[in-house]
Write a protein that binds this ligand. Structure first.
Ligand SMILES: N[C@@H](CCC(=O)N[C@@H](CS)C(=O)NCC(=O)O)C(=O)O
Length: 183
């Protein structure tokens, strides 16, 4: 990092890709400054942020004038540029390819499906009912996680809008015995 220009990341920690960047930065102790972009307040649509990322999405990295979006690219850039330990992103081609294989798969598999489970099991209940179902919320939810994990309260604050047409089929699938409005 060039002197005096601290690496900046634009994040909302309610966002999974942002948390991945945040976790890596903290675990590898790369000096950085977090600039929060509150998605629920629409801060990703301000002219200043749009200039940084015309796609109006977080995370965004700014490293001495170099602007980079897409968490996968940011993670790999950070490890390479700041010489993070090899286990994060090995140099050996086959081992590196295994990481790339997973990260390529993650975006169209783990992430959307996990997000869907979260939205249906937690978000919908929080937005339309008494709150997340206790049996769907991990113990320790809302308390800062130990070590390098994400911190803060996430329930009901994902910034994800659940359109009515998404919620409708859920009502039809409602299990007997559960109050209306629950999945
Ligand atoms: N593929 C991108 C996804 C970025 C993304 O979808 N960010 C979401 C938060 S998880 C966002 O900024 N959404 C704001 C919006 O769409 O208005 C990455 O991994 O960085």
């Amino acid at each position: 990092m060039s002197a005096g220009r601290v690496l900046e990341v634009y994040l909302d920690l309610l966002s999974q890709p942002c948390r991945a960047v945040h976790i890596l930065l903290n675990c590898t102790r790369i000096p950085h400054r977090v600039r929060t972009v509150a998605l629920r307040k629409g801060e990703q649509r301000t002219p200043e942020f749009t200039q940084l990322n015309p796609m109006q999405k977080v995370p965004v990295l700014v490293d001495d004038g170099f602007v980079l979006t897409e968490s996968d690219a940011i993670l790999k850039y950070l490890v390479t540029k700041y010489h993070a330990p090899q286990h994060w992103y090995p140099r050996q081609p086959e081992r590196r390819a295994r990481v790339d294989e997973y990260t390529a798969w993650h975006h169209s598999n783990t992430r959307p499906h996990a997000a869907r489970v979260f939205i249906l099991e937690v978000q919908v209940h929080t937005d339309t009912g008494p709150g997340p179902r206790p049996d769907r919320v991990p113990s320790g939810w809302g308390r800062p996680a130990a070590g390098c994990g994400p911190t803060g309260r996430h329930a009901g604050q994902t910034g994800v809008h659940v359109p009515a047409q998404t919620a409708f089929p859920l009502r039809r699938r409602r299990q007997p015995g559960r109050p209306a409005g629950t999945v």
